[in-house]
Design a protein around this ligand. Sequence first.
Ligand SMILES: CCCCC/C=C\C/C=C\C/C=C\C/C=C\CCCC(=O)SCCNC(=O)CCNC(=O)[C@H](O)C(C)(C)COP(=O)(O)OP(=O)(O)OC[C@H]1O[C@@H](n2cnc3c(N)ncnc32)[C@H](O)[C@@H]1OP(=O)(O)O
Length: 142
Amino acid sequence: MCGGCRNRGRCRLGLGEITIIGDAAHAPVRCAPHFQAGPNVAHGGWTAAMFDDIIGRSLTQRGLRTVTGNLTVDFFNPVPVGEAMIVEVVTESRAGRRWTMQAMLRLERDPSPLARAIGVWVERREGHFERHEAAMRDYRAR
Ligand SMILES: CCCCC/C=C\C/C=C\C/C=C\C/C=C\CCCC(=O)SCCNC(=O)CCNC(=O)[C@H](O)C(C)(C)COP(=O)(O)OP(=O)(O)OC[C@H]1O[C@@H](n2cnc3c(N)ncnc32)[C@H](O)[C@@H]1OP(=O)(O)O
């Protein structure tokens, strides 16, 4: 679970446990009603956040310490609210600290993709978050 929900013990985005199979992964997801945009349709930001979280956590579960460098989402069809869906993640390539990842979202019982994400995750250098904290302390002291 990400830092925002860990203490609550419940993923507010509605994302399930990730299963890792080699360099791929999959997870059950369900868009919570409070992310509704159009009638019974998920907000596009939910779809992007869901992909970001699932891909990022799948890399964490594989023992990689990464941050999202970029993320592009293609929306093929409306994403329903409250419906059981599956996200499937694959590793496209790796170059140094850069991991190019792709993921698809689909209904649980239908193989057609509703949305696709492609993005680059960059392995963090030691002290990544500490450097950020220090930079923010300097900024606030200005
Ligand atoms: C949502 C996921 C939750 C996952 C939580 C999981 C489990 C929780 C358990 C424990 C919790 C503990 C810790 C939690 C840890 C992480 C979770 C949070 C993840 C995030 O919080 S995510 C937030 C959004 N994310 C950012 O906040 C990134 C902001 N950014 C930067 O911090 C820097 O920008 C950085 C680090 C990306 C690079 O900086 P840097 O100085 O280390 O490295 P440098 O610039 O030299 O780049 C090295 C190579 O990456 C290439 N590269 C650089 N930037 C790129 C880009 N944008 N796109 C494509 N490629 C890029 C270069 O081209 C070069 O490639 P090459 O080596 O081939 O030349």
